[in-house]
Ligand binder design. Structure first.
Ligand SMILES: CCCCCCCCCCCCCCCC(=O)SCCNC(=O)CCNC(=O)[C@H](O)C(C)(C)COP(=O)(O)OP(=O)(O)OC[C@H]1O[C@@H](n2cnc3c(N)ncnc32)[C@H](O)[C@@H]1OP(=O)(O)O
Length: 237
C-alpha cells in the first residue's frame, strides 16, 4: 500500500490533487490538475497579472456592460481564449480528428502563469477595432531583458488574425509587414490595437500598433493582409 501511494504521489506531485486523494497524500508542489471537463478560458485574470494589466483589463471589461447594466450590451466584447482553439471554437463537434491530436495554440502553450504570453482581447462591436492587453513573460526573451521580435510578431498575427476571423470568417495571413520602433521590456504590459483598414473581395487589410500601456511610447507598427479561405481548405491541409 505504501509503495502504491508513493508511486501515485510521485505522479501527482506536479499537479493539484483530485478530491479522492484528500488526506492520503501530501504534495510537495501544487499546480493545476491537468484533466478538465470544461475548457479553461485563459483570457481571465490570474495572479501573475500586473497591476497595469488588471487596470487595463477592467477599463475594457467595464465597457462590455451597457447602460442597462447587462453583460454583453456595452460597446466592447471580451473574447474568450482557449489553448485548444479548434475544439472549443466549434464546441468540439466538427473537428474530431484534430481534437485527438496534441495540437495546442502556440501563444497559449506555456503553462506557467506569467512566464509566456499573458493576454486578453476585446473587440469593438462595430468591428473596426480589436484591442489586446499583453504582458510579456520571462520566457519570451530576445535581446537581453527584452521581448523577442518573433514573440511580438506572433501576438500581432494573433490579434490581427482574431480580428480578421471575427470580421471575415476563416482567413489565413498572406502578408505581415512589421516595423520595430522601440524594444519591449520583459515583464511589461503593452497594448496592441488592430484596425480594419480595408476590405476588397477575399482580401482584408489590417494595421496594428503596439504601444506602452499609457500610450506614450510606440513599440511596433505593422500592416497585414488576410485572405478568406474555406474551412475545408484549412482542414484539408
Ligand atoms: C480558422 C478559423 C478557426 C476559428 C478560430 C477563431 C480564432 C482565431 C484566432 C487565430 C489566431 C491566430 C492567427 C494566425 C494566423 C496565421 O498565422 S495563418 C499562418 C500563416 N499563413 C500561412 O501559412 C498562409 C500560407 N499561404 C497560403 O496558404 C496561401 O498563399 C493563401 C494566403 C491562402 C493565398 O492563397 P490563395 O487563396 O490561393 O490566393 P491567391 O489566388 O494566390 O491570391 C489571391 C489574391 O491575393 C493576393 N495575394 C496572395 N498572397 C499575397 C501576398 N503574400 N501578398 C500580397 N498579395 C497576395 C494575390 O495576388 C491575389 O490577388 P488578385 O490577383 O486577386 O488581386
Amino acid at each position: 500500500m505504501a509503495s502504491i501511494l508513493c508511486r501515485i504521489s510521485k505522479t501527482l506531485v506536479n499537479h493539484r490533487l483530485p478530491p479522492f486523494t484528500k488526506g492520503l497524500i501530501r504534495p510537495m508542489v501544487t499546480v493545476s490538475w491537468p484533466f478538465q471537463s470544461q475548457p479553461r478560458d485563459l483570457s481571465l485574470p490570474n495572479p501573475s497579472w500586473s497591476k497595469e494589466m488588471l487596470q487595463h483589463y477592467e477599463l475594457y471589461n467595464s465597457q462590455c456592460v451597457g447602460e442597462d447594466g447587462k453583460e454583453g450590451s456595452g460597446p466592447w466584447r471580451r473574447l474568450p481564449s482557449y489553448n485548444r482553439l479548434l475544439k472549443f471554437a466549434t464546441g468540439g463537434v466538427l473537428l474530431s480528428k484534430i481534437i485527438q491530436s496534441e495540437a495546442r495554440l502556440f501563444t497559449r502553450n506555456i503553462k506557467i502563469p506569467g512566464a509566456g504570453f499573458e493576454y486578453v482581447m476585446f473587440i469593438k462591436k462595430s468591428q473596426e477595432k480589436c484591442v489586446c492587453i499583453f504582458q510579456a513573460g520571462h520566457l519570451l526573451e530576445g535581446p537581453p531583458g527584452h521581448v523577442h521580435g518573433g514573440a511580438t510578431a506572433a501576438m500581432i498575427d494573433s490579434v490581427n488574425g482574431t480580428h480578421a476571423t471575427y470580421v471575415c470568417g476563416p482567413v489565413m495571413t498572406a502578408n505581415l509587414n512589421i516595423n520595430y520602433r522601440n524594444p519591449i521590456p520583459l515583464g511589461s504590459t503593452v497594448v496592441l490595437e488592430s484596425t480594419l483598414d480595408q476590405r476588397e473581395g477575399r482580401k482584408a487589410f489590417f494595421s496594428c500598433i503596439v504601444t506602452s500601456i499609457d500610450g506614450s511610447k510606440v513599440h511596433v507598427e505593422s500592416k497585414a493582409l488576410f485572405l478568406s479561405i474555406s474551412m475545408s481548405r484549412i482542414l484539408g491541409g
